[in-house]
Design a binder for this molecule. Structure first.
Ligand SMILES: [Zn+2]
Ligand SMILES: [Zn+2]
Length: 142
């Protein structure tokens, strides 16, 4: 199954509608080599759907985030498709300050238990954790 089929399946199971505009937004986002902002995505979307408006993109992105298909990189105000969908919990990204490239850390390699323990000790309820690690990718060193 490709990503589109997997997402369609996942939405079905959860009784959510994977509408044509949601599909198109995901398709276009998955074709981008980098994380993109909602407005960049709107420009791309309008080439195929000239009537698309900002809410079309924002609603689709909200939905896809809720489904654990898309991550938002807060420091870039940008979005990218999850490498390991569906991914609804902790996530970490390596963000290059040189070229803006974002790569998702393999979730199997994340150890957020200590963070969760620390939060629990303070009776803090975590709703979601996204760790953004800033630095330089291999292409941008020197
Ligand atoms: Zn992910
Ligand atoms: Zn770079």
């Amino acid at each position: 199954m490709n990503t589109m089929e997997k997402v369609a399946d996942w939405c079905n199971q959860r009784g959510e509608r994977f509408t044509p505009s949601r599909q198109l937004v995901l398709q276009l986002l998955s074709e981008q080599p980098h994380a993109v902002t909602a407005y960049q995505l709107l420009d791309i979307l309008q080439q195929q759907m000239p009537q698309a408006k900002p809410p079309t993109v924002y609603r689709a992105l909200d939905f896809l985030q809720r489904m654990g298909v898309v991550h938002r990189i807060d420091s870039q105000n940008a979005y990218l498709v999850c490498d390991d969908f569906p991914h609804r919990h902790d996530a970490a990204f390596l963000v290059c300050d040189g070229c803006g490239n974002v790569s998702e850390v393999n979730p199997d390699h994340l150890q957020f238990e200590l963070l969760r323990k620390e939060a629990a000790d303070r009776r803090f309820v975590i709703e979601h954790t996204t760790l953004e690690v800033r630095g330089r990718c291999v292409d941008c060193q020197q």
